[in-house]
Design a protein. Structure first.
Ligand SMILES: CC(C)(COP(=O)(O)OP(=O)(O)OC[C@H]1O[C@@H](n2cnc3c(N)ncnc32)[C@H](O)[C@@H]1OP(=O)(O)O)[C@@H](O)C(=O)NCCC(=O)NCCS
Length: 238
C-alpha cells in the first residue's frame, strides 16, 4: 500500500476497481419523460425545472445568504427569469458539462405564483443539479440549493439522496462528486450525510465576492453507494 495526498490506494481497492469494469455512462439521456414520470420522495416531487417556476426560484435566487457559496451573480427578477428559462431548457445529457436541473416541489406548499388559469400549484423550494463532469470516465457532479425557509428539515438530504440514486441507476455513473466552498459547512454536512467522502481540497480555486475560496471535493463510488443502499434496505427489513 502507498499513501497519496488523497485516499489510500490498496490492493483491495485496486481489485474492486478492476471488477467494476470500464466506464459506461448511459448517454445520451433524454429527460423529457421525467415531466410525466418524475422522481418522488416522501415529501417532494422532483421533476425537471420549468420556465413557469421562475417566480418560486427567484424567492431563493435573490437572497444574499443563498448566493454566498454559489457561483451565481445577483440578478433582478427579469434576469432571474431568463436564468430559469435557460436552465429549464436543458433536457438531454450527452456530453461533458451537460446538466439537468430537478425542481424540488414540496407537496402541499402553495407556489408564490398563479398559473394563467389562476391555479396555484405546489411550490418549488429549491433545485438539484446533475451534470456530466466526464462522459468518457462516467463521472457526474451533483449540486443543490434550497430556500432558507425550508432548510434544517432534511429536505435537501431527501432530494439529494434520490438524485444520487438517479445518477447511479439511470445515468450509470461510476463516481459522483460534489464541489463546494470549503467554508460551506451546511453543504459539507449534507455530503457527509449522503455517505460521500471528502477527497481533497483545491486551494484558492475560486474568487468569489472579493475573496479567494478553497474548494472541497466530495465523492462516492457506485459500489460504495450500492453497499450503503443495500445495508439501509437490510436494516429496514430486519
Ligand atoms: C446546502 C443546503 C442545501 C443544506 O440544506 P439543509 O436543509 O441544511 O440540509 P439537509 O436537508 O441535509 O437538512 C439537515 C438539517 O435538517 C435536520 N433534519 C430535520 N429532519 C431531518 C430528516 N428527516 N433527515 C435529515 N435531517 C433532518 C438535520 O438535523 C439538520 O439540521 P442541522 O443543520 O441543524 O444539523 C442549504 O444550506 C443551502 O441551500 N444553502 C445555500 C445554497 C448553497 O450553498 N448550495 C450549495 C452550493 S455547493
Amino acid at each position: 500500500m502507498y499513501e497519496t495526498a488523497g485516499p489510500a490506494v490498496d490492493d483491495e481497492r485496486t481489485n474492486l476497481a478492476a471488477a467494476d469494469g470500464p466506464p459506461a455512462l448511459a448517454v445520451p439521456y433524454d429527460a423529457t419523460h421525467l415531466g410525466a414520470k418524475p422522481l418522488r420522495t416522501e415529501r417532494m416531487v422532483l421533476r425537471p425545472l420549468l420556465p413557469t417556476d421562475a417566480d418560486d426560484v427567484y424567492e431563493y435566487q435573490r437572497l444574499p445568504e443563498v448566493l454566498r457559496f454559489i457561483p451565481w451573480p445577483e440578478r433582478d427578477r427579469e434576469e432571474g427569469r431568463q436564468h430559469t428559462e435557460k436552465r429549464a431548457a436543458w433536457r438531454t445529457i450527452a456530453d461533458d458539462d451537460d446538466a439537468l436541473i430537478f425542481a424540488m416541489v414540496l407537496v402541499g406548499e402553495p407556489s408564490v405564483s398563479f398559473s394563467r388559469e389562476g391555479v396555484r400549484g405546489d411550490r418549488v423550494i429549491g433545485d438539484l443539479m446533475v451534470r456530466v463532469s466526464s462522459a468518457e470516465h462516467a463521472q457526474v457532479e451533483i449540486g443543490w440549493v434550497l430556500h432558507p425557509a425550508f432548510q434544517g428539515r432534511g429536505l435537501a438530504f431527501e432530494g439529494a439522496r434520490e438524485v444520487l440514486r438517479f445518477a447511479f441507476e439511470s445515468l450509470n455513473a461510476h463516481r459522483v462528486q460534489a464541489l463546494l466552498a470549503s467554508r460551506n459547512l451546511a453543504s459539507a454536512a449534507l455530503c457527509e450525510r449522503l455517505g460521500m467522502r471528502r477527497e481533497g481540497t483545491m486551494v484558492e480555486e475560486e474568487y468569489h465576492y472579493g475573496e479567494w475560496e478553497d474548494t472541497a471535493v466530495y465523492g462516492i463510488l457506485r459500489r460504495e453507494w450500492a453497499a450503503a443502499a443495500d445495508s439501509a434496505t437490510a436494516a429496514r427489513l430486519s
